[in-house]
Design a protein around this ligand. Structure first.
Ligand code: SAM
Length: 282
């Protein structure tokens, strides 16, 4: 198996394939030999569980996922990586790479096509420019995942694992906690990547609740509210939701009162249960 954490090998590989790292695509590849095995260990519950990887890069994490799961499908946007992966993933016949933008993938159909009825876990070192949209895409879809284990910027990890109703929380925090529980597993310093980014990172795991808190339809409704509310988080919830959802202020204050909230409450102060109640009222 090619040593994808060996800097000399990485440089030779990049040179041989005339590959230049794209900042725009968030191409900071892992070079710490301990990190990818740890992600695979935390992220894959069993050999039978399929793995969806987002963003292969040169395949350093893909290789480790392939050692732990009998069925790995990765989605990668940058087709320049095709000849590189042909080399680094040679012999891994149970790994399949789909050349697509993950944001354009219809996830339930994709899981059916590539994994049949298998359980599927997501494992990825996410491109940082698009971390929140990708997580929203995963959480908002009707696709069911065993767990989602991803590397994100350290600040993003803190936000994702924050309590809803706290200052650090954002729309994606709410999306995470409406679907499951989030935990930070370990931190990864910036020099674990090549090229090194300007910030440190952390690996988090989201485990969906066994019994969902709400139906997919309710979730879509709550997330519309959450997006509108966090878009103007410093305003009162009444003003933010009225302008964001195109409602009258009175409609929103009536709903807030019915949920036992003060009409001057700020959106960022609302907890998870209130958000669920509010989605029923509005
Ligand atoms: N997994 C590799 C590693 O850990 O070294 C690469 C991780 S790198 C941070 C992110 C990868 O995501 C890059 O290979 C990049 O080309 C890919 N990528 C960026 N945007 C993408 C998108 N919208 N859909 C799929 N892959 C994307």
């Amino acid at each position: 198996m090619p040593e994808l954490t060996d800097m000399q090998y990485i440089r030779t590989l990049a040179k041989r394939h005339n590959f230049s790292f794209s900042k725009g695509l968030g191409q900071n590849f892992l070079i710490d030999p301990e990190v990818c095995p740890a992600i695979a260990e935390y992220g894959i519950p069993s050999r039978e569980c399929g793995v969806l990887e987002i963003g292969t890069g040169f395949g350093v994490l893909t290789q480790q996922l392939a050692l732990k799961s009998e069925c790995v499908t990765a989605v990668e946007l940058d087709r320049r990586l095709q000849p590189v992966l042909a080399e680094t993933l040679a012999g891994f016949d149970h790994v399949h790479v789909v050349w697509q933008d993950i944001m354009k993938v219809d996830l339930p159909g994709f899981l059916q096509e590539h994994f049949g009825g298998r359980d599927v876990a997501v494992c990825a070192n996410l491109p940082y420019y698009i971390t929140s949209p990708i997580l929203m895409h995963l959480l908002e879809s009707d696709a069911k995942f065993r767990c989602i284990t991803v590397m994100v910027q350290k600040e993003a990890a803190e936000r994702l694992c924050a309590e809803i109703g706290s200052r650090k929380a954002g729309a994606v925090t709410a999306a995470v906690q409406l679907r499951g529980s989030a935990e930070q597993l370990f931190e990864v310093p910036r020099d674990s990547f090549y090229p090194a980014p300007k910030v440190d990172s952390a690996v988090i795991r989201i485990t969906p609740y066994e019994t969902p808190l709400c139906t997919p339809e309710q979730l879509h409704r709550v997330l519309r509210i959450v997006r509108a509310g966090f878009a103007q988080r410093r305003k009162t919830a009444a003003n933010a939701l009225a302008s964001g959802l195109g409602l009258t202020r009175e409609q929103v204050t009536d709903a807030l009162t019915a949920c036992g909230q003060d009409v001057n409450v700020r959106f960022e102060q609302l907890g998870r249960e209130t958000l669920l109640q509010l989605a029923e009222q509005l």
